[in-house]
Design a protein around this ligand. Sequence first.
Ligand code: NAP
Length: 213
Amino acid sequence: MKIAVIGASGFIGYQVTKEALRKGHQVVGIFRRNAIPLEPNLELKKLTIFDEDIFKDAIKDSDVLIGCYNPGYYHVAQKERYLEGYSLIIKLAKELKKKLIIVIGATSLIQYDGELVKDGLVYPKPWIKALEGVDLVYQQFKNQTDNLLTFVSPPAEVFDGTLTKKYKYGKDHLLYDRDERSRISVQDLAHAIIQEAEENKYLNQRFTVAYQD
Ligand SMILES: NC(=O)c1ccc[n+]([C@@H]2O[C@H](COP(=O)([O-])OP(=O)(O)OC[C@H]3O[C@@H](n4cnc5c(N)ncnc54)[C@H](OP(=O)(O)O)[C@@H]3O)[C@@H](O)[C@H]2O)c1
């Protein structure tokens, strides 16, 4: 399969790129500034997604698009740029009739007391605008069924660890392990994302993955 990773140089996008290559897929890695090492089956495209025609041309031959775009937590208009970026990615996926998996945040997941994550946590200031953008994208597009769209909400903590494949799936609730930590390694998150690209289990739905042992 040919997979376009939008934001291939980012924290999550780089691991998604590596996992897709590990599984034998061809990858089109879209990045803006920070190139990643070239490997067999990886084609790199340095561009901004806001040059719509160039971006569309770069993704048009891929079977699946994976959205790991993030304007940056310190972008002056983080919230607006996040919404603008994902609105464009969703529009192009629809025009090209491509399956699209978007990695959003945990903020719209429900905690065990019924409260939304975003209402129960205190975030560092630069994150607040970013997280508002994440929520806007999810609220605006979660009920659209005319797209081939899947949202992935990681748990509260995504850390650089190892691939264990020992995570569990959930839908709208934040998952916790036995020690009440809500977490997953970025390598396992990437594994679940590529699995979804291959299996289409959560078309027009959102899922989450986290450790439960
Ligand atoms: N990090 C986490 O712990 C975490 C947790 C939960 C959810 N998420 C979600 O996961 C997604 C990815 O987050 P991340 O932390 O991996 O982001 P990140 O590390 O900041 O990476 C963002 C990626 O987007 C690219 N990019 C930014 N603006 C672009 C543009 N105009 N055109 C083309 N590419 C552009 C960047 O390219 P350059 O680097 O080359 O500029 C980079 O590859 C976001 O939706 C975020 O909300 C992240």
